[in-house]
Design a protein around this ligand. Structure first.
Ligand SMILES: [Zn+2]
Length: 277
């Protein structure tokens, strides 16, 4: 029970002054594709190659993360109400990067992810992810070992919806992602961090084991923090698939460089959320 952060606070992470997510863009038709292999690549660490980091404007590699724990938080989960994870219970100076929604599909970010072997998790909203180049963009990131998780069909404020409507939003995206990637996600993030008991019941009913919130939000140049104005061990960092239109001209890769620089400056490195949760 020690690492089981089962904080069933009915509140919402948005109350932590952290801004949520942008509205998804309208959704053109997504081409049907065969499901990708059912399991992501094995866990891995960020690249240790200084030249790779220099290519993306970083002075030095991220430090190697500590070995992952023997047991993940969700391992004991036997169905029912998912666990709420606001921060991963670790003592090491390690944080977890997450990208939400899926609207921006910058090809340069694919190169960057490949180059740096950056571990991160994706919480995809169907209406945003299928727009433009569609889900195919995320195949590449997934093939690098990065997990795809649920962020609803249309990015509503779930607290305003009936239990049935919440179930459609959450379980509908479970099915979409299972069809597309061959695996039903175990992690869910409610848009804007807003949820209630009905959200947890709905998510639990379609296989979600943990609701993943966050403690830091990446803006354009730096992060905003829920506590103490700085990163803390185990913080989950919320970032978005965003491009110049949302970032005042800054590209996705530049934003990620800014984020990694800040993580390094604070003495942290990045590990893979799925190895812990
Ligand atoms: Zn979002």
């Amino acid at each position: 029970m020690t690492r089981s952060a089962r904080a069933l606070l009915a509140g919402c992470a948005a109350a932590l002054l952290l801004s949520g997510c942008s509205d998804p863009s309208p959704a053109p038709k997504e081409e049907k594709k065969a499901a990708a292999p059912s399991s992501a690549a094995p866990a891995k660490s960020p690249s240790a190659d200084p030249a790779a980091y220099r290519r993306w404007g970083l002075d030095k590699p991220l430090a190697p993360p500590p070995p992952p724990p023997a047991h993940r938080i969700t391992e004991g989960h036997r169905g029912g109400v998912p666990q709420i994870v606001r921060r991963v219970p670790v003592k090491d100076k390690v944080v977890f990067v997450t990208f939400d929604d899926g609207a921006e599909k910058d090809p340069k970010f694919l190169e960057m992810a490949k180059d740096l072997k950056l571990p991160f998790s994706m919480f995809l909203t169907d209406s945003a992810a299928r727009a433009g180049r569609g889900y195919g963009y995320f195949d590449t990131l997934r093939a690098l070992g990065n997990g795809v998780h649920n962020h609803t069909l249309t990015h509503p404020n779930l607290r305003t919806l009936s239990p049935e409507a919440q179930k459609r939003e959450i379980c509908g995206q479970q099915e979409t992602l299972k069809k597309r990637f061959g695996k039903r996600p175990e992690l869910f993030r409610p848009p804007y961090g807003n949820y209630n008991d009905a959200t947890l019941a709905a998510a639990g009913s379609c296989g979600i084991k943990a609701v993943v919130l966050w403690q830091a939000t990446m803006q354009i140049n730096d992060m905003r923090y829920a506590e103490a104005g700085k990163l803390r061990p185990g913080d989950i960092v919320l970032a978005h698939f965003r491009g110049p239109a949302e970032l005042k001209g800054t590209t996705m890769t530049r934003m990620v460089t800014n984020m990694l620089r800040s993580i390094q400056r604070q003495g942290y490195t990045v590990a893979r959320l799925e190895d812990y949760v």
